[in-house]
Ligand binder design. Sequence first.
Ligand SMILES: NC(=O)c1ccc[n+]([C@@H]2O[C@H](COP(=O)([O-])OP(=O)(O)OC[C@H]3O[C@@H](n4cnc5c(N)ncnc54)[C@H](OP(=O)(O)O)[C@@H]3O)[C@@H](O)[C@H]2O)c1
Length: 271
Amino acid sequence: MSGTAIGGLLDAAKYGPWAVVAGGSDGTGAWFAREIAASGINLLIIARRQGPLDAVAQEIRNDYGVEVRTLSLDLNSPDASQKMAEATKGLEVGLYVSNAGSEDGGHFFLDTPIENMRNLIARNVLTVMDACHHFGRAMRDRGRGGIILMSSGTGLGGQPGVAAYSAAKGFVLNLAESLWAELRGAGVDVIGIAAPLMDTPSLQRILGGLQLPGILAPEEVVRDTLRRLSHTPSYVYAYGEPPEESERQTKLRHDRVLAVEKLSQIFFADH
Ligand SMILES: NC(=O)c1ccc[n+]([C@@H]2O[C@H](COP(=O)([O-])OP(=O)(O)OC[C@H]3O[C@@H](n4cnc5c(N)ncnc54)[C@H](OP(=O)(O)O)[C@@H]3O)[C@@H](O)[C@H]2O)c1
């Protein structure tokens, strides 16, 4: 994939000089890393396996000349965000991307080992919340920055076969929209993506050769997400529907956040 990214979608003065991509060694996360680097922003990319991390890091250094650090870390672990904080001590992180979050494959709730779901919740809920708290505070204090949280269409409502995943992705999307409203006055952009099916190694592992229509290229979703970062609290990809339906559902959620924001101003006026 070397050299195929197009660049310059982000303002490095707003979202730099460093970005953290949690789950940045393949699929969507590697594309986030490439596109962020193309805007001249340095990177810390995180994943469990060091080999793929090193390969993507070297490719990005060669292509864009930015500094790229790697961190081998299991985002399921309870101290994951603390490890992220230690690895970025002294760095100005202007952009945090929570990417890693895929489900391993669907089974009904009672037939899924509880440990698998606890790991999924740790990665998609606790680590994401902790990292938003850590990086978000520094961004708010600086008066600039961005947070991108990858959710899923399954986060829009319950879905049998992926109960814990659907619940976790609902958390991610709602967290993004809440933070968007809380931080926009401080110059920090937040977006949650109800992602479509994307052609990544994780999806291919789940599909196991099954062909499905409506699978998008991850680089396309990543570029559109970066373009939308300063415009909307969330973006909904409506599966199997024309783009107008995605826009309609996105606008409904946006309007709802604006409406409840007014309520919050009444209830929590002193905050
Ligand atoms: N692909 C889709 O069709 C689809 C559809 C809807 C939503 N989404 C959402 O979009 C996001 C990106 O999905 P994706 O398909 O690109 O795959 P993903 O499996 O969420 O992300 C893959 C990246 O995350 C790393 N990773 C996975 N588990 C990790 C862990 N426990 N600790 C640290 N790093 C970990 C992987 O490297 P290592 O394996 O080396 O750790 C790799 O770099 C996810 O949040 C997913 O839920 C995807």
